[in-house]
Ligand binder design. Structure first.
Ligand code: NAP
Length: 470
């Protein structure tokens, strides 16, 4: 398929073509006509020049229409997500379902008003006035997205921006640009005024870097790695920055856990989406008393996560994003083994395909534990009691999410209070959420500013107050 970047609805013209290849078999999946620095300038000017200001109903209608257009082309779009990312088709289908929900919830939110009223005659210092709040969209948002949920990461930026009425310049990942460009076209087709969205890809020093630094951009909303996120934070100057960065989330399995539940959550959390979710289970922390019983069930369960051709509906685990990523994952497994860890299952690599890998007795300072290993690895570490579990969980630089398996409410509450993370899910995977609930990490995983449809709408607007005599 031949796609092109868009400057406010106009396809860019250039000889600079990006070829998108399947990480599985290297076949050409599509091409993208890339943009350059002058396209960026045109996109900024078009956004700031503005155009038709949408009513709440019009924003609702555009989001609803986009949702129905997406559903009409659901199978085709899932195939494109799978082809460009190497994700198994069943994951790509799931992703289109999530995108549906994001659009649905954003449409619903676009109709709501979160304005507040403050009566001022409530203290001896007060008087007969009322203060009202309203939200106004910011004038321009720069959205930058990663490869790992090629459609969902993008719709989580664009749908709340449309719902809030804020114009966007989107820079999606060069590794998975096709889904982002299709969503761009669907939004235009649904009636989004063209000035409200430009989607640009091109050399980092011509598009992404100048975009985030441009003083005319009021908000930078970035999802991606810690390294790039921190680089952006240190270079953009005076503007609002929303950072959704990496994670190495634990699944903590207490000694009273329902083992079947723990096994199911560990496998789903570690291997779904090829382990490439920011909230994938990256560390399985288990009470030392039940480790053997857990592994007896977990290893056979992990075997059922077959890996292979992403287009095959029977495949559970596709590739990781590219061969270098798979080689890196292979290398961290080897390093852990050199430190005494034992591979119980998997570990073999063919190109970008890495088998779901279960590794026992992983030292607490292994690279795959202290850093983010973005792939289908399931490292097992033991703890001796809840204090040890909390300390181990909190011991890395990340703080995105967590899952706890326990039937004990006292344990559950201690984890809720004491884990330094953005989310604690009891008897669920760390990645569980609905698309409108607040989501985001602390420490190196983010600055604590949440995403999710409702919080993102707040990021893309500011509160204005006005007061009247009353
Ligand atoms: P990445 O390498 O940081 O890239 C993310 C985006 O930033 C891409 O669009 C990339 O463009 C762009 N970029 C690269 N250099 C830039 C620069 N100097 N200035 C501005 N933008 C720049 O991340 P990734 O490898 O695509 O994604 C995986 C990471 O994302 C993982 O760490 C994962 O945990 C994290 N993630 C976090 C969340 C969350 O919500 N917390 C969700 C999903 C993923 P190019 O494609 O052109 O390089």
């Amino acid at each position: 398929m031949k796609m092109t970047c868009y400057v406010a609805g106009t396809p860019v013209q250039s000889d600079n073509i990006l070829t998108v290849k399947s990480p599985y078999d290297n076949r050409v999946v599509g091409t993208v006509t890339l943009s350059n620095k002058s396209d960026l300038e045109k996109a900024i000017q078009a956004a700031l020049r503005g155009g038709k200001v949408l009513s709440r109903y019009e924003r609702f209608h555009i989001l609803e229409k986009t949702r129905s257009l997406l559903m009409e082309r659901r199978d085709e779009i899932a195939r494109i997500i799978s082809a460009e990312s190497g994700l198994a088709i069943r994951e790509a289908n799931y992703e289109t379902g999530r995108a549906h929900d994001v659009l649905l919830f954003a449409a619903m939110e676009s109709l709501k008003d979160d304005g507040q009223i403050f009566s001022c005659d409530i203290s001896p210092q007060g008087k007969a006035r009322k203060i009202f709040t309203l939200r106004e969209p910011v004038s321009l948002v720069a959205c930058i997205t990663p490869f790992n949920h090629p459609l969902n990461q993008v719709v989580h930026k664009l749908a709340p921006a449309v719902a809030a009425g804020a114009p966007v310049i989107l820079k999606p990942s060069e590794k998975t640009p096709l889904s982002a460009l299709i969503l761009t076209e669907l939004l235009y087709e649904a009636g989004l005024p063209h000035y409200m969205l430009s989607t640009l890809l091109g050399p980092t020093n011509e598009i992404a870097e100048p975009l985030v630094k441009d003083p005319r951009v009021e908000v930078v909303s970035f999802t991606g790695s810690v390294a790039v996120g921190k680089h952006i934070a240190s270079s953009v100057g005076y503007k609002r920055v929303v950072l959704e960065l990496g994670g190495n989330d634990p699944l903590i399995i207490m000694e009273d856990a329902d083992l079947d539940k723990a096994v199911h959550l560990a496998a789903e959390g570690a291997f779904r989406n090829s382990g490439q979710r920011c909230t994938a289970v990256k560390r399985i922390l288990i009470h030392e008393k039940i480790k053997d019983a857990f592994l007896e069930k977990f290893v056979p369960k992990a075997k059922t996560y077959n890996c292979g051709d992403p287009a095959d509906p029977e495949t559970k685990v596709g590739t990781v994003i590219d061969e270098p990523a798979a080689i890196y994952l292979e290398s961290v497994v080897k390093k852990a083994v050199e430190q005494g860890a034992k591979v119980l299952l998997g570990g073999n690599r063919k190109g970008a395909l890495l088998e779901p890998t279960v590794i026992d007795e992983v030292p607490r300072d292994a690279e795959m534990i202290v850093k983010e290993a973005f792939g289908p690895l399931a490292p097992i570490l033991t703890f001796k009691d809840i204090d040890d579990a909390i300390a181990l969980s909190n011991s890395t630089a990340y703080g995105l999410s967590s899952g706890i398996v326990t039937e004990n409410m006292d344990y559950a509450l201690r984890f809720v209070r004491e884990l330094k993370v953005g989310t604690v899910n009891i008897n669920e995977v760390p990645g569980y959420r609905i698309e409108s609930s607040p989501f985001g990490g602390v420490k190196d995983s983010g600055l604590g500013i949440k995403e999710g449809v409702i919080e993102a709408m707040k990021s893309f607007s500011y509160v204005k107050t006005f007061s009247l005599p009353w």
